[in-house]
Design a protein around this ligand. Structure first.
Ligand code: MG
Ligand code: ZN
Length: 375
């Protein structure tokens, strides 16, 4: 009954939007899809990172680029919860929504579909693993602030690999006496955390699901909890490739580009941008060697209304922020690998979901029939 409920919810949400059709004849379906999200990464954040890095980024190696509209159902300026739900479910929803439609009905996520179809799944982030962006791929709650509720979904969906902060939402819970960390161990996970072992000292076995926590709360550069993203990208791809023959879905987020921009701190935003770009490079190297992996890089929204002004001399940038909040600017989309040609032009954030689901042939399976263009 629950599945039927979810299918109806997805059908409902799909009729709200008008996913653009994919030309089937020329499309080759990727075995693996890796979605990389730079939270708050507008075009200017990319530009700032590029010039601060000697005029080069791994992002420049992508053959296909597009632009994306980011508004939510409730606001011109989205938050990360609605932005990530657009990617995970294909639904425009209200700011704060985690994996639910604007009518607060749960919507099936691409990660849940991947699991149901026998693929391996992974989430790698530099925020809490329960933060809005990763949460929207695995959880269904009405508000992003319900971190402990979000954590319970890690016991419901058999996620194969995860790395991120937020240990406290698993083992120091205020709402109930559960210890989700030990529950995950009892379920068969190899669990570890920054207090026990560095990520670099672990070689996870693909025979066992894996989870590692980088911080009690939000990872920060002072505690040393922020140096793992490119490493985790390499570990996740190697692990997931060997987990099953069927392929995998991985979402990896550079979570803190957004936080540097909220703080109107240009150098911090650039450092986060370059950390994310290094992870993009690691993923690209995997995809180039694998040959059967679609890599999509985009952002949920721009943050800070960043402008780059002439500083002293050619190489010194002057960072000018117009707000401490997100903005409605379109953001870039980069794609590499089988199906990458689908990601050109101007698209909506919900199209990221629909293009992935169509490439994998999961639209009909979930909805029963495609929404017509008139809906
Ligand atoms: Mg985020
Ligand atoms: Zn933000």
């Amino acid at each position: 009954m629950r599945l039927r409920y979810l299918l109806l919810a997805l059908a409902f949400c799909s009729f709200q939007n008008k996913p653009t059709p994919v030309e089937k004849k020329s499309v080759s379906a990727p075995k693996n899809i890796i979605l990389l999200i730079g939270d708050g990464m507008g075009l200017t954040q990319v530009t700032a990172g590029m010039y601060a890095n000697g005029n080069k980024l791994n992002l420049e190696r992508f053959p296909n680029t597009g632009l994306m509209k980011t508004h939510s159902s409730s606001h011109l300026v989205t938050d990360s919860a609605a932005g990530a739900t657009a990617f995970s479910c294909g639904c425009k929803t209200y700011n704060g929504a985690i994996g639910v439609t604007k009518a607060k009905k749960p919507c099936v996520t691409i990660l849940e579909q991947a699991k149901k179809n026998g693929l391996a799944t992974g989430l790698v982030v530099t925020s809490s693993i329960t933060h809005a962006t990763p949460a929207a791929f695995i959880a269904h709650v009405n508000s992003r602030v319900e971190m402990e509720d979000i954590a319970t979904y890690f016991l419901q969906t058999d996620l194969d690999f995860f790395v991120g902060g937020g240990l406290q939402y698993f083992n120091q819970r205020k709402k109930d006496q559960r210890n989700l960390y030990t529950e995950l161990e009892a379920k068969g996970y190899f669990m570890s955390n920054f207090q026990k072992t560095k990520l670099s000292e672990i070689t996870p076995s693909p025979n066992q699901p894996f989870g590692w926590f980088s911080a009690i709360g939000e990872p920060d550069s002072v505690s040393g909890g922020r140096d793992y993203l490119p490493l985790a990208a390499r570990m996740a791809t190697d692990f997931l490739k060997n987990r099953t023959e069927k392929g995998f879905f991985l979402m990896l987020e550079g979570s803190q580009i957004d936080w540097g921009c909220h703080a109107n701190n240009g150098p911090r935003a650039v450092a986060e941008m370059l950390d994310f770009d290094a992870a993009v490079g690691a993923v690209l190297r995997f995809a180039e060697a694998d040959g059967n992996t679609l890599v999509i890089v985009t952002a949920d929204h721009e943050t800070g209304g960043l402008t780059l002004e002439q500083g002293e001399g050619f190489e010194i940038l002057d960072y000018d922020f117009t707000t401490g909040h997100h903005t409605a600017s379109m953001v870039p989309v980069f794609a590499f690998g089988p199906g990458a040609e689908q990601f050109g032009g101007i698209m909506d954030n919900t199209d990221i979901y629909w293009k992935m689901a169509r490439l994998w042939g999961w639209v009909e399976e979930q909805v029963g029939k495609l929404p017509s263009k008139k809906d």
